[in-house]
Ligand binder design. Sequence first.
Ligand SMILES: Cc1ncc(COP(=O)(O)O)c(C=O)c1O
Length: 412
Amino acid sequence: MKKKALEITRRTFLGSSTLAATAGLTGVGLNLSEASADVISKIESGTLLAPTYKPVAGLDVTSVAVHVGANSDYSSIPVFQGTTNSGQYTADSNPTIDSVETKISRLEGAEAAVATACGMAAISQTLLAFLKPGSRVVAHQNIYSRTQRLLEEPLKDLGIRFEQVDMTDLKQLKKALEKKTTIVYFEIHSNPAMDVVDVRAASAMAREAGAMTIVDNTFLTPYLIQPLALGVDIVVHSATKYMMGHGNGLAGIVCGSRSLVDKVGVMRILIGGVLSPVNASLLNQGLKTLPMRMERHCSNAMEVATFLESHSKVKKVHYPGLASDPGHEVAKNQMKGFGGMLGFEMHKPPQLNSFVKLIRPVWSLGDVATLMGHYSAPNPKRRIPANYSRMSIGIEDPGDIIGDLKQALDRS
Ligand SMILES: Cc1ncc(COP(=O)(O)O)c(C=O)c1O
């Protein structure tokens, strides 16, 4: 990252919420109107930043990640653990949680954000805010298994109709939208098949059909793509993953316009999937290094994907950064970096778990450590092939990751 002198006066960091001010957190948030471009020198960020990113108050994304939501009186955001703070009940508003909402909303280019207990709390509370009996959801054929189950089981029982189509083929989405639809839902790089959905085209189609688009941006983060700038109405995240970054806490976030996010905020109060202040503080800390981590996740994933593609035991690699990937062209048109997640098919059932030494054989993702999981059976309905493994590439030395993978592949 190119570095220039950054002159930010402490005055720049003024309270963004009344509560923050009354709680004595006069530094929480970045007051955009106060921060003028002439006191802030813009730093050019890394090469993979979302093409739509617009400097917040003239600040590069790296500076936003570090400073927005910070309090200049503290090196780390204080944990307001009280159930009430300055007269506010924590389920409604809490200075530690508010500060992380401010930071993430700026990173996503959103008017507002509401933080939740985990990713599933973000997804379920968002869906419940906008669906009612008779509503219809159209989703991509491959989405996170628990989101799929939520739509297939409890929400279906409440009278919500659910249909899945292959959204990599936009003709299928168009056809599905001939019937009245409330929500179009997808993950930009799907979990775990790594399908790529054209965000601009899919959300434009949904809008034309009178449907709202909700996108799960967990795999990519706003550093790589800002779905709201491409026409999406609401972005949800499992902030447990890349945003938290270190496998040390559950969190979720919902971003969008103030009016839509407020509806989810009401649902958060009624259902109670509120982020804990301790996890909000950990999330705030993780976010400070998100830009640098995402750059490294992307470059490492590209190296690992290239290695896997050359290995004789590997049948096919699913990584949208590879020219051979069916989603490459779409991915290339909507982002510069392709994320840290990849999948690969082997010719035989993988036996890698017992051989890896550095790579951790666990089901999570977005950690600084490289993680790997294997699917025991193919699932054509969810577009999961036979002998399929998913990897979340960490920020370790790429040679060390590849070395471990190679010895495990060679022995398996
Ligand atoms: C794409 C995606 N969305 C949502 C979730 C749910 O997140 P959480 O575990 O924080 O509830 C996950 C979890 O793995 C995920 O991969």
